[in-house]
Design a protein around this ligand. Structure first.
Ligand code: ADP
Ligand code: ZN
Ligand code: MG
Length: 502
């Protein structure tokens, strides 16, 4: 997706990319980080504000307890250690949408450090491996407001300031420079989002800015890397505020090639912030000058040290759900699901919960998984629905699975019933009661049809008698056709084999 640069694979192969990510995540607290204003996306501009989040003189911040609990939960879910006593600091800089002139953040004593994510990647020989990506820290801070630009670059252009977002609680999750490819970046972010969604601390909605990512990218010669290791890291450029994982992957890919091009041309990479232009598939310099930020951090005098003792930590962690990785392994072993199916069922917590509840009620969890992952998912996708909008309830799915498992409905009948559920927006029990397929469960009627099919297909009969027992499926299929899909499948299977063996 990124604009191709004319660099040969040989040139690209000389360089080692190095990437570290800074991810900002808005927390789903009811109120803001340091005041009682509503923490809610949107709203009439400048209506969710008060003296504290407007930074009026004399207003004092009070830390939101829920924000701390969410930060601890998120930190633990990504393997971080919690610092019992952490400190809020002021990060001073001027920006029109930040009325205080500083941001309350954490600096040298963040609430959490030393986490990790394990992501799928490849070794130098191209073999699939698991890679550990270190997480340097997770710290708490507040969001800024928003600048809205109107009438770009014409004489009447104006910028409006909406401070509703000011003071929204954030955690910033900073990775080590352990990522090596744009694909690894994509995997890391996917995994991070999956875990955060499971914990429920954020909705991670990228369009609304609940999850935002800055990618730090540098390249160095592989020969330097081999000789000097991390001491040879190149100068990084930071790509800011890209709002989808796919675009971030494209931006990182582009940025790697751009930097290699600069070095190959005899230039040097400048430390700067860059913006991704998706329409053009390239990054642009945002701050052209090489400027070292001096934020003049100092401890926030209006907030005491944050102490999260052992007791409180224990309380918070009682809300930790089973995380996707663990759930995946458990579903696979508990229900004998394939790794792929277990993975698909757990990417989304709601889907995993739905499956588990249905599996507990149904006769065959495997059948539930099969119907959920194929028939239901396919129809949801076709109707652009999410699981919560499915016409087939939990009990509907269980009923469908049990009927299919008992052979009381054929797979074709199941499909027809589900089609009706989705076109009429009715639950499975209702449709089944109304359209209950006429099933032929009369042994002699089925036997008569089997006889007919056997008589018509002597070659297949000979194959079966010659030892190719799988040919029985052919007869089942033919009889099913003859019965217009109404023969009781379990009974039919049994009778076909009996007849052929006779
Ligand atoms: P800064 O002080 O410029 O903010 P940090 O050391 O705090 O830099 O790192 C910010 C992010 O950049 C981290 O995710 C880190 O892993 C990453 N990073 C640091 N150095 C490099 C580098 N040379 N190349 C790529 N990423 C880097
Ligand atoms: Zn406020
Ligand atoms: Mg930094």
């Amino acid at each position: 997706m990124s604009a191709a640069l004319a660099l040969s694979p040989e040139v690209l192969a000389k360089y080692q990319p190095v990437i570290g990510l800074e991810v900002h995540v808005q927390l789903l607290t009811k109120t803001k980080a340091f005041c009682g204003c509503k923490n809610e996306y949107g709203g009439e501009p400048n209506t969710h504000v008060c003296p504290v989040c407007l930074g009026l003189p004399g207003a004092l911040p009070v830390l939101n307890k829920q924000a701390v609990e969410y930060a601890v939960l998120a930190a633990k879910a990504i393997g971080c250690e919690i610092r019992e006593t952490s400190i809020f600091s002021r990060k001073n800089y001027f920006y029109p949408d930040s009325p205080k002139g500083y941001q309350i953040s954490q600096f040298d004593k963040p609430i959490a450090e030393n986490g990790e994510l394990i992501v799928p990647g490849f070794d130098a020989a191209g073999n699939a491996i698991s890679k550990r990506i270190g997480i340097t820290r997770l710290h708490m801070e507040e969001d800024a407001g928003k600048s809205l630009h109107d009438g770009f670059a014409d004489s009447a252009s104006r910028t409006y300031i909406d401070l509703n977002r000011c003071g929204t609680p954030l955690v910033e999750i900073v990775s080590e420079p352990d990522l090596r490819t744009a694909d690894e970046v994509f995997e890391y972010l996917t995994k991070l989002k999956e875990i955060l969604l499971y914990t429920g601390v954020s909705d991670c909605n990228m369009e609304e800015g609940s999850l935002r990512c800055d990618a730090n990218v540098s390249v160095m010669l592989k020969s330097d890397w081999e000789a000097r290791g991390t001491a040879a890291y190149g100068t990084k450029a930071e790509v800011k505020n890209v709002n989808s994982f796919r675009y971030i992957r494209a931006a990182v890919e582009y940025e790697i090639e751009r930097q290699i091009g600069v070095i190959e041309d005899g230039g040097r990479v400048v430390q700067e912030s860059r913006l991704w232009n998706n329409a053009e598939g390239r990054t642009y310099s945002m701050r052209s000058k090489e400027q070292a930020h001096d934020y003049r951090y100092f401890p926030e005098p209006d907030l005491p040290a944050l102490v999260v003792g052992a007791e409180w930590q224990k309380n918070i962690l009682s809300a930790m759900p089973e995380l996707p990785e663990a759930r995946r392994a458990r579903l696979a072993s508990e229900y004998g699901l394939s790794t792929q199916d277990a993975a698909t069922l757990t990417t989304d917590r709601e889907l995993g919960d739905f499956f588990q509840q249905a599996a507990a009620l149904a006769k065959s969890p495997k059948r539930v998984a099969a119907i959920l992952l194929s028939e239901i998912t396919m129809r949801l996708r076709g109707g652009e629905l999410v699981l919560g909008q499915s016409p087939v309830s939990l009990n509907g799915l269980v009923l469908a699975a049990d009927l299919a498992e008992a052979g009381e409905i054929s797979s074709k009948q199941l499909k027809q019933l589900l089609d009706s559920c989705f076109t009429e927006s009715k639950d499975f029990a209702f449709i089944y009661d109304r359209d209950k397929p006429q099933q032929i469960s009369d042994t002699s009627a089925i036997e008569a049809m089997i006889d007919e099919v056997i008589a018509a297909n002597p070659a297949q009969v000979a194959q079966f008698k010659g030892g190719k027992r799988t040919v029985s499926a052919f007869f089942v299929g033919q009889v099913m056709k003859l019965s217009k899909g109404q023969a009781n499948p379990a009974l039919l299977n049994e009778l076909v084999v009996k007849k052929l063996d006779a």
